[in-house]
Design a protein around this ligand. Structure first.
Ligand code: CS2
Length: 510
């Protein structure tokens, strides 16, 4: 019996016909950019766009993939010389392709030195990153650098041995200034609002605290474009890895799985050389804001809603939650009636059609996106997905009865994970401890619980937290979500909203 081979450069020429492979000479690809946070999303998105670009217009744009947090890459992607299989799944349809744009991987969990050596190198003209929302060490409600964050406290005391993203990037820029002085573009690909502005903010604040003119040098030599990124690419499972072996006959420890849809809108704000991703389907624009609002409020807003309410309803994946008749009616009405009027027009996009397209994507049963995965770090997500549209609605004097339900859903998700409420599931969220302490003190008293959570001003800005309409809507939804019939909150909000709409239409008919 012959042993099953592992993917690597030697296998490229012998891949089965059903697997596409790089259409360029990979052996001559040299590194030009680095990426921090090589997870499933990067492998399905920026690395694929780069692979497309390399086959259209070959240039020195190989990616060095760096992880400063687990998982380690050496034993998976490293072992395969950066090669991996990217599967696109659309219900029963599968499309396989080996991506070749990652030329090297670097693990830098124990010490920042391996990462800094790459990032400060004159060969690197661009750093992209997907480090999750909380990686920026900012305060969600304001975007400012969180000076109490333990990693920031550590890095300001040990700037040569940083462990946070702002500390590592400030040190990178400091090293570049003192060695070769080459310019750098730092491109955030995370789902935080105005991600370029937030990234620039945290790096600049850190550099200002370091002094020595570093912040001024950064202002003159670095650019922080904002970007909207989109493709659903859930955490990879054992089954995904096995499916490559079963279908194509080779082993791959770094498979990535995504949906067919992808989008990348990048602010035209660069410092030095940039890859022409616009030739490979990305869009360069002057202002990303309308695109970013559209994506985070509609697609991500729907995901967070279906995830937290889905868990409360006992459903496992996004596709299960949207298959639930009640949740599916709820999420569509929430988006159409409350979210849509808050969107800034995006040229060429009809918002109703965008909502339908987004809901269609979430129905893809081959994308096994766990509700618990999306609910992870909800405290870092609800501002841009739910609270910002709520604030806009309140300014318009418009209703927020539906958007308030998933906000209460996020609260209930954390509260029910606390010991006091029976530890229904394990959560991963920087605010889990804080909410558990609130649950311990307040018990089942929904008004007390809601009031204490709304008082967390790093998530809820005080103006919003004081709004009576919002407080009332969140409090009543929370009470129901914590009851034996959590979906009562969803049903009631739909009924109330229906009555309110009827009243409005009667008034306007008079
Ligand atoms: C998801 C996103 O886990 C999450 O927070 O909502 O990763 C989402 O799948 C992507 O933003 C889609 O582009």
């Amino acid at each position: 019996m012959s042993a099953i081979e592992t993917l690597g450069p030697g296998l490229l020429e012998r891949l089965p016909a059903a697997v596409q492979k790089p259409a360029y000479d990979r052996a001559s690809l040299a590194p030009g950019m680095a990426h921090l946070g090589v997870g499933a999303f990067h492998r399905c998105h920026q690395a694929e766009y780069t692979d497309d670009l390399l086959s259209l217009k070959f240039d020195r744009w190989g990616i060095v993939g760096i992880n400063i947090r687990p998982p380690a890459l050496a034993g998976t992607l490293g072992r395969q010389s950066g090669l991996y299989t990217r599967l696109i799944r659309d219900n029963d349809h599968v499309e396989a392709r080996v991506i070749g744009s990652i030329v090297k991987v670097v693990d830098s969990m124990e010490s920042p030195d391996p990462a800094l050596a790459v990032l400060a190198s004159p060969d690197i003209d661009l750093v992209t990153m997907t480090v999750t929302e909380k990686g920026y060490c900012h305060i969600p409600s304001t975007g400012a650098l969180d000076l109490d964050h333990p990693d920031i406290v550590h890095d300001l005391a040990n700037p040569q041995a940083p462990r946070s993203l702002p500390g590592i990037l400030a040190r990178t820029l400091e090293l570049r200034r003192s060695t070769h002085g080459r310019k750098l573009t730092l491109l955030s690909c995370d789902n935080i609002p105005a991600n370029g502005v937030i990234l620039e903010n945290v790096v600049r604040t850190f550099a200002e605290m370091r002094g020595d003119g570093l912040a001024d040098w950064i202002a003159a030599n670095a650019a922080f474009p904002s970007a909207m990124v989109d493709r659903i690419a859930p955490a990879v499972t054992r089954q995904d890895l096995d499916s490559v072996e079963q279908r194509y006959g080779y082993r791959d420890g770094a498979v990535a799985v995504g949906e067919p849809f992808r989008q990348w809108v990048i602010e035209r704000n660069f410092s030095g050389r940039m890859p022409r991703w616009d030739l490979a389907g990305a869009t360069f624009v002057d202002d990303v804001t309308p695109f970013e609002h559209l994506k985070m409020r509609v697609l991500n807003g729907a995901q967070t809603t279906l995830a937290t309410l889905g868990v409360l309803a006992g459903l496992e994946h996004t596709s299960d939650a949207i298959a639930d008749p009640l949740l599916s009616v709820f999420v569509r009405r929430m988006l159409v009636e409350e979210t849509l009027p808050t969107l800034t027009p995006v040229p060429g996009v009809e918002p109703h059609a965008y909502i339908e397209q987004s809901l269609g994507r979430l129905k893809n049963t081959a994308i096994r996106h766990r509700n618990h995965q999306i609910a992870t770090d909800g405290s870092q997500k609800i501002v841009q997905r739910l609270l910002n549209p709520i604030r806009d609605r309140l300014k318009q004097g418009a209703g927020i009865g539906l958007l308030s339900v998933p906000v209460a859903g996020w609260m209930a998700y954390l509260i029910l994970a606390s010991a006091r409420f029976g530890k229904h599931w394990t959560v991963s969220d920087p605010y889990a401890g804080k909410v558990a302490a609130i649950a311990d003190a307040a018990g089942r008293d929904a008004p007390m619980l809601a009031s204490a959570v709304l008082a967390i001003d790093t998530i809820f800005d005080p103006g919003l937290a004081a709004d009576e309409t919002f407080r009332k809507a969140v409090t009543s939804a929370l009470g129901e979500l914590l009851s034996g019939d959590p979906m009562a909150a969803v049903r009631r909000s739909l009924e109330q909203d229906g009555v309110a709409r009827l009243k409005r239409s009667k008034q306007s008919a008079l």
